[in-house]
Design a protein around this ligand. Structure first.
Ligand SMILES: N[C@@H](CCC(=O)N[C@@H](CS)C(=O)NCC(=O)O)C(=O)O
Length: 216
């Protein structure tokens, strides 16, 4: 398996954690430096036409893209430990919680959007920071409310075992902190994200522990 990613990438973090949790043997990592625009290389665009990481290539087969789709693939091919609950309603809850990060917050803060807001729209650094803080606050507030108002919330987002919702939330909290967003108001979100990071599968996937992360 070859995983195309970037140390700081929240979406790549999700796939790293899912693979670690499922004990999938060590893979080849291909780092693309997003800060240098390596995602736009012609060769990588053939793998991922949106020029986004991650992409997962298995046995030289067609690339898998989109972290949520990759996690679902891993869930289907390596069912243990499960990252989704059994009950369909519970599965819908976990997917919905995961998708708040995957589809509602994170896409608004990736480099291409940050750069567009700051440079193309001319809103500058201040505008970019306000943009990110706004969408992070809106999304995390919703996750916090959903967690606090549901008895199914436990040690983790859904009960006491890790699901895709936790993977996405932990990555989102790392991303928010990296972007200097204040996460303190979301106490349940922070409690669960911190709980996740105590687990080896999460800790080993932390951006700072990736070989392509800057030293120091
Ligand atoms: N929905 C995609 C998002 C992928 C994505 O946006 N990745 C970011 C890094 S976390 C990226 O490659 N950005 C490159 C850019 O913005 O130019 C997924 O979950 O895989």
């Amino acid at each position: 398996m070859k995983l195309y990613g970037y140390w700081r990438s929240q979406a790549t973090f999700r796939v790293r954690v899912a693979m670690n949790l499922k004990g999938i043997p060590p893979r080849e990592n291909e780092a693309l430096d997003l800060a240098k625009g390596e995602q736009f290389n012609e060769a990588y665009r053939r793998i991922n036409p949106l020029a986004l990481v991650p992409s997962l290539v298995i046995d030289n087969g067609p690339p898998l893209t989109q972290s949520m789709a990759i996690m679902e693939y891993l869930e289907e091919t390596h069912p243990n430990p499960p990252l989704l609950p059994r009950d369909p309603r519970d599965r819908a809850r976990v997917r919905a919680l995961a998708l708040i990060s995957v589809a509602e917050i994170h896409p608004l803060m990736v480099p291409r959007v940050r750069n567009y807001v700051e440079k193309d729209l001319g809103l500058g650094e201040d505008g970019r920071v306000r943009w990110i803080r706004h969408w992070v606050a809106l999304g995390l507030r919703a996750v916090e409310d959903l967690l606090d108002n549901d008895p199914r919330t436990g040690r983790f987002c859904h009960g006491d075992s890790v699901t895709m919702a936790d993977i996405c939330l932990a990555g989102q909290v790392i991303g928010a902190r990296n972007s200097d967003c204040d996460v303190a108001p979301y106490t349940t979100v922070v409690r669960i994200a911190d709980e996740c990071m105590k687990l080896d599968a999460f800790a080993a996937a932390h951006p700072r522990r990736q070989p392509d992360a800057p030293k120091g």
